[in-house]
Design a protein around this ligand. Structure first.
Ligand SMILES: Cc1ncc(COP(=O)(O)O)c(C=O)c1O
Length: 359
C-alpha cells in the first residue's frame, strides 16, 4: 500500500465475505441449484405482469415511502404504518438495525452457526460479535444467550427457524427468554422462513412484538414469496426502532418493481402458499428418506435441511455436484440443502444414499 492509499476503517479488516450459494453450471452436467434457499418456482403470472408494468417506468425513482406496500402490510398485520420499515431484502434491514443500535464498543449476540450475514453487518458497524454455540441438537441455546448479555449488549438476533439448521425455538421458551432480556436491548426475531413453519408451537413474532417495545420482527419476500432477485424485506417494530430504520435506509433502495411485485404477491397469496405447501410436503419426503438412509437430520421448519458432516463436508458437496445438484457446504461443519423441485431432490437423495454407504 502506498501513501496515496485511502485510509479505510480498521473495523473492516478481516471481515468475512458473504459467500453466495454457487450457481448451477450452465455447461456441465450439474442441473439444479440447491445452495441459496431460493424458491424453485418462477414468478406467478399476476406478479410478473405487475413487475413488467412497473419496469416501463424505471426512468423514475421509486416511491421512497413504499406507500402502497406499507398500507397493504399495515392492514394485513393490524399494525400502524409507522411500525413498518422496508429495505433491500431483510438482510438490508438487518444491517440498518445494527447500524441503528451498535457501534464500536457495543456487542451483538447471535447463535452460531446461524445466518452468515450477522457477523458481517455487525463488523461493518464496528460492533463486536458474541457468538453463542447452538446446542447439540442444533437449536438456539437461549439460556446461554441470556448469560452472554453484558452492559455492552445492544442487539440480539434470534433466527427462527435458524439458517442453516432449520431448527426452531418454541413459544414458551422464547417468551421466557424475552421476559428476561434487560430493557434497552433490541431483540430481532429473524423470520425469513416463517411461511414454511408447520409446528404450531412456534410463535408468530408479530404477536410477540405487540406488547414488547424491544422486539423487532424481520420478514422477507425472498423465500416463500419467490422475489429473491428483487430485493425486498421489511421489519415490524415499535417507534423509535421503526423510525431509526427509516433514518438508516439507503434512499430509494427498494425499487418500484420490488414494491409492485410484493403487493401483487400479497394479493396472489393463496396461489403462492399452495406452492409453499408443496415445498413443505417435499421437505417431509426428503427428511423421511434421509432418516431411512440412516442420516441424523435435525427437524427443519424451513425450506432446507442440514446435514452435519464435519470433515467430510467438502467431499459430500462434491458428490452431490457430480450427481447434478449444487448444495451449500460450510467447511468442516455441514451441508445445507435447499428443498427444490422433486427431480432435484431425487438426485440429491441418490447421492446421499451412495455417500451414506461410505460413512
Ligand atoms: C435467516 C435469514 N435472514 C435473512 C435473509 C435475507 O434474505 P433477503 O435479504 O433476501 O430478504 C436470509 C437469506 O438467506 C436468511 O437466511
Amino acid at each position: 500500500m502506498s501513501e496515496k492509499t485511502p485510509k479505510l476503517r480498521a473495523a473492516l479488516d478481516g471481515i468475512p465475505t458473504y459467500k453466495p450459494g454457487r450457481p448451477a453450471a450452465s455447461d456441465g452436467p450439474v442441473a439444479y441449484k440447491l445452495s441459496s434457499n431460493e424458491n424453485p418456482y418462477p414468478p406467478l403470472p399476476g406478479v410478473l405482469e405487475r413487475a413488467v408494468e412497473a419496469a416501463g417506468a424505471f426512468n423514475r425513482y421509486p416511491d421512497m415511502a413504499c406507500t402502497g406496500l406499507m398500507a397493504e402490510l399495515a392492514e394485513r398485520f393490524s399494525v400502524p404504518v409507522e411500525h413498518l420499515a422496508t429495505g433491500t431484502g431483510s438482510v438490508g434491514v438487518a444491517q440498518q438495525l445494527v447500524q441503528a443500535t451498535a457501534g464500536p464498543g457495543d456487542e451483538v449476540i447471535y447463535a452460531w452457526r446461524s445466518f452468515e450475514a450477522y457477523p458481517i453487518v455487525t463488523q461493518v458497524s464496528g460492533a463486536t460479535s458474541v457468538k453463542v454455540p447452538l446446542t447439540s441438537g442444533e437449536v438456539h441455546d437461549l439460556d446461554a444467550m441470556l448469560a452472554a448479555i453484558t452492559d455492552r449488549t445492544r442487539l440480539i438476533f434470534v433466527c427462527n427457524p435458524n439458517n442453516p439448521t432449520g431448527t426452531v425455538v418454541r413459544r414458551a421458551e422464547l417468551e421466557a427468554f424475552l421476559d428476561r432480556v434487560p430493557d434497552g436491548i433490541l431483540v430481532v426475531l429473524d423470520e425469513a422462513y416463517r411461511e414454511f413453519i408447520r409446528d404450531p408451537e412456534v410463535p408468530d413474532g408479530v404477536d410477540l412484538y405487540r406488547d414488547r417495545p424491544n422486539v423487532c420482527v424481520l420478514r422477507t419476500f425472498s423465500k416463500a414469496y419467490g422475489l429473491a432477485g428483487l430485493r425486498i424485506g421489511f421489519a415490524v417494530a415499535h417507534e423509535p426502532v421503526a423510525a431509526a430504520l427509516r433514518k438508516t435506509a439507503v434512499p430509494f433502495g427498494v425499487s418500484q418493481l420490488a414494491q409492485e411485485a410484493a403487493v401483487a404477491s400479497l394479493r396472489s397469496e393463496a396461489a403462492l402458499l399452495e406452492r409453499v405447501d408443496a415445498l413443505v410436503a417435499e421437505r417431509t419426503r426428503v427428511a423421511a428418506a434421509l432418516a431411512a438412509q440412516g442420516w441424523e437430520v435435525p427437524p427443519s421448519e424451513a425450506n432446507f435441511v442440514w446435514l452435519r458432516l464435519g470433515e467430510r463436508t467438502g467431499e459430500f458437496a462434491e458428490a452431490c455436484e457430480r450427481a447434478g445438484v449444487v448444495v451449500r457446504p460450510f467447511a468442516g461443519e455441514g451441508v445445507r440443502v435447499t428443498i427444490g423441485e422433486s427431480a432435484a431432490m431425487d438426485l440429491f437423495l441418490s447421492a446421499a444414499e451412495e455417500f451414506r454407504k461410505t460413512v
